[in-house]
Design a protein around this ligand. Structure first.
Ligand SMILES: CC(C)(COP(=O)(O)OP(=O)(O)OC[C@H]1O[C@@H](n2cnc3c(N)ncnc32)[C@H](O)[C@@H]1OP(=O)(O)O)[C@@H](O)C(=O)NCCC(=O)NCCS
Length: 159
């Protein structure tokens, strides 16, 4: 099953807002993909704030037969520089990787960020995801002043 060129999701795959019941399945995805340390941080990000669609932290999942197969969150920079948006916690289940779902979610993120008036999209790319982001036009960047993260590099692209 692959995402078709026109960008339509395959039959049986749904894209919807994050619900409280998605928390544990999403954390399992993060644990398997990135490890327990990341899982703990992700739990904070997904639970410290109320559930639902906060205007500055939209969260979405892809599901198949009701089961979460991917997660993506966005955050709008509310302080300088304000023209940028970030992709957070983009994770695709191993069973669904290399089928175009990650690309589909980045394209959705680009459209959302554009619609909210941003002109740049960034991400802290964990080691193994760098070729994926590079293929989508992201390049190493210093757009945000922050200490280097030993586990991830800041990558950004104009949108
Ligand atoms: C990175 C990730 C989101 C990519 O999602 P995906 O659905 O597998 O990506 P796509 O199928 O859209 O891949 C598109 C292209 O990106 C590149 N790519 C994707 N994964 C790659 C990998 N592991 N190594 C090298 N290139 C990769 C390939 O060029 C691929 O095209 P191809 O399959 O035709 O060769 C997914 O592998 C994942 O969840 N990884 C673990 C979590 C993670 O690292 N998230 C990012 C945190 S910053």
């Amino acid at each position: 099953m692959r995402v078709r060129r026109a960008g339509r999701l395959p039959t049986g795959i749904a894209f919807r807002g994050f619900r409280k019941s998605d928390l544990e399945p999403c954390l399992r995805l993060v644990r398997r993909a990135l490890g327990r340390k990341h899982e703990a941080v992700c739990r904070e990000d997904l639970t410290l704030l109320p559930y639902g669609d906060l205007p500055f932290y939209p969260k979405r999942v892809l599901t198949e037969k009701g089961k979460v197969v991917a997660l993506v969150c966005l955050y709008w920079h509310t302080y300088y520089p304000r023209n940028i948006a970030g992709i957070d916690w983009l994770v695709v289940a191993p069973s669904h990787q290399r089928s175009g779902f990650g690309t589909w979610l980045v394209k959705w993120s680009i459209a959302e960020a554009k619609a909210s008036g941003r002109d740049t999209l960034f991400t802290w790319a964990a080691g193994r995801s760098r070729p994926f982001y590079a293929k989508l036009g992201f390049r190493r960047s210093r757009i945000i002043p922050r200490e280097e993260d030993p586990h991830a590099v800041l990558m950004a692209r104009k949108i």
